[in-house]
Ligand binder design. Structure first.
Ligand code: PEP
Length: 256
């Protein structure tokens, strides 16, 4: 089964509108050439319309960093799925920073996944364990539980629209990245294993699973050499044009 690798840039709460404009204008010409890799840029909501416009006639895709589950209504500050239609193809759901700082529960994440799918948006569903759970040897159980909760009521057909990002919390923005061996173990046995249990082997083999957590050009190769790791969700290193281009280049060289 060949899966198109996918590398996504999560800008988080970085770059003003002007900075986003300059950054994307620098990035696009350099990213254009790696057609074997799906490249997704997830800017802030404020930069989303500009980035979407800039990327419209390019092979690069746009992602949002979150979405609400309701279609409209009294939810001050939130963005509804229909508002993203035509702007974003992907949406990150369940990022650990959102789970932690905005108190998003598994139930909320499940609602968001279903709402995104219902509006034709493709979730990049993030899962991952804390340092304490990792130290306790509970990674498999915890991550599998997060997946089962987030995917409740999601059909096999819908599942094929979802990308999973395995992101151990202790590795996000810390510079303390997981070893390739550990990341592969969780991606393959826990994430793909759980999807196999839920949806069967055929569907599980089509699902793209990224690793995320302090990915940079010096460690990207280590992850991409594993056939089950289909790309990366990248925070810090996506804010440097050369670094991000290099990550895509490495993915293209190894998996393209
Ligand atoms: C992320 O934001 O999803 C992430 C993995 O961040 P970083 O690459 O900075 O660890």
């Amino acid at each position: 089964m060949t899966r198109t690798p996918i590398v996504a840039a999560n800008w988080k709460m970085n770059l003003t509108l002007d900075e986003s404009r300059r950054f994307i204008n620098d990035l696009v010409p350099q990213l254009i050439r790696f057609d074997n890799v799906e490249r997704v840029i997830c800017p802030t909501f404020i930069a989303l319309p500009f980035v979407a416009d800039r990327l419209e006639d390019t092979p690069l895709k746009v992602g949002a960093q979150n979405v609400h589950w309701e279609t409209s209504g009294a939810f001050t500050s939130q963005i509804a799925p229909p508002m993203l239609q035509g702007l974003a193809e992907y949406v990150i759901i369940g990022h650990s920073e959102v789970r932690q700082y905005l108190n998003e529960t598994d139930e909320i994440i499940n609602r968001k996944v279903k709402a995104a799918l219902a509006h034709g948006l493709k979730p990049i569903l993030a899962v991952g364990e804390s340092d304490a759970l990792n130290q306790a040897g509970s990674t498999h159980e915890f991550v599998s539980g997060q997946l089962r909760a987030a995917l409740q009521g999601v059909s096999g057909e819908q599942m094929q629209q979802i990308v999973i990002a395995y992101e151990p919390i202790w590795a996000i923005g810390t510079g303390r990245n997981a070893t390739g061996e550990f990341a592969n173990e969780i991606v393959k046995n826990t994430v793909r294993g759980t999807i196999t249990e839920l949806y069967g082997e055929t569907i599980a083999q089509t699902i793209r699973i990224q690793y995320g957590g302090s990915v940079k050009s010096s460690n990207m190769e280590e992850y991409m050499q594993y056939p089950d790791i289909d790309g990366a969700l990248v925070g810090g290193a996506s804010l440097k044009v050369d670094e991000f281009v290099r990550l895509v280049e490495i993915t293209d060289q190894i998996k393209g």
